[in-house]
Design a protein around this ligand. Structure first.
Ligand code: TXA
Ligand code: MG
Length: 343
């Protein structure tokens, strides 16, 4: 299925743990994985947001493997990752405002949707006339992109619909030998997927997915108002709004949410997740996303804790939700929690 993988697998650098598919980002390993990517293999890579399942973006076979490995519907387009803003010129038409955005936010967690050029396969964009591009700032992702010299398609490295991975271990936990090449770049600095800004109609920029870069920050740089797309979409609407499936990022365990100023209603075999360490812990099934409510720590911890609790066999999880009005990042955290809890 994954082109040339078997051949490269035989040549893979030696590993300490015989069964491990996770490799440290040494210079030799990066050189090897850059060659593997150029030959059409898939490699899971760290970024500052979440781990991505990367393959050559302009190679249809590699992109097709990405959809297959993730179990992702072909109607849900991929993000292209670039080594520098100049790389976008071959891929998309550049509207006014684009360079101001890249100067302000790249490399970093902002994905920008632009009108695509014909070189980008329709498979990659799910037949849409637009393409999503992002320049990641994680040094390992950046080094690989420079070595490969071509854009890499990289959706989050999780099975479709499941919680995104914020460590290399999360990737192998989900995929095992289906993704034998995972580069370990440590726990992701941000831990939530990038902000997605639709700039394909330059007159009406719109945030499709909230992330660490807020609508206010984008609006300030563009010097114009930026819409935030209403999140209440369902699967029937997904064809017009891919990437914004209501149910997404979900653990297998049933998840419910309660507000910051509420107490959870306790029931049965349930884990309770607080935003910060509670002053009195009355229950050994209490967990928290930060010591002190720091939103960056909460964002960074969320996916790891959901995955951990999912593996512990609870009947349900009750999770405290930040007030989305509190900050751009609180909005993004609340968005991911709502999607994880959607039926
Ligand atoms: O932080 C991130 O963005 C991570 C890291 C690996 O870069 N990537 C990521 O990719 O989250 P993915 O594929 O899991 O989520 C990207 C979303 C998809 O759900 C897709 O539907 C949407 O972006 N998307 C991609 N191209 C689009 C387009 N042309 N129009 C509308 N939405 C698009
Ligand atoms: Mg994803």
């Amino acid at each position: 299925m994954v082109t040339h993988s078997a051949e490269f697998y035989k040549k893979a650098p030696p590993q300490k743990g015989a069964s491990s598919f996770v490799y440290p980002p040494t210079g030799d390993n990066l050189a090897f994985f850059a060659e593997a990517l150029k030959a059409g293999c898939l490699v899971a890579i760290p970024t500052e947001t979440v781990y991505g399942l990367a393959g050559l973006a302009l190679d249809e076979a590699a992109s097709r493997s990405i959809f297959q490995v993730k179990g992702r519907p072909l109607m849900d387009p991929l993000i292209l990752h670039v080594a520098n803003p100049g790389m976008v010129e071959q891929l998309a038409d550049i509207p006014p405002g684009f360079s101001r955005l890249t100067e302000a936010f790249w490399p970093g967690p902002l994905t920008i949707i632009l009108p695509k050029k014909p070189v980008v396969p329709n498979l990659v964009t799910a037949g849409k006339p637009t393409v999503a591009v992002r320049m990641p700032r994680h040094p390992v992702a950046h080094a690989l992109l420079e070595r490969v010299g071509q854009p890499l398609a990289a959706p989050s490295a999780n099975p479709f619909g499941y919680v995104s991975p914020s460590t290399a271990q999360h990737v192998t936990d989900s995929f095992g030998d289906l993704v034998p090449f995972v580069i370990d770049g440590g726990a992701c600095e941000i831990g939530l997927e990038s902000t997605i800004l639709d700039l394909s109609n330059a007159d009406s920029p719109q945030i499709l997915r909230p992330g660490a870069i807020s609508a206010e920050q984008v609006s300030e740089v563009l010097g114009r108002p930026v819409q935030v797309r209403n999140q209440q979409l369902n699967l029937n609407q997904a064809a017009t709004a891919p990437g914004t499936f209501n149910k997404h990022y979900s653990p297998k365990t049933k998840l419910s949410l309660f507000d910051e100023d509420e107490n959870p209603s306790l029931s049965g075999n349930q884990a309770v997740v607080y935003l910060q360490r509670p002053s009195s812990i009355d229950d050994k099934h209490s967990y928290w996303l930060s010591e002190d409510g720091d939103m960056e720590t909460i964002a960074k911890s969320l996916f790891a804790l959901l995955r951990q609790l999912d593996a512990m066999g609870y009947e349900s999880i009750a999770c405290q939700k930040p007030n989305p009005a509190a900050s751009g990042l609180a909005h993004a955290v609340a968005d991911r929690m709502q999607r994880a809890a959607a039926k």
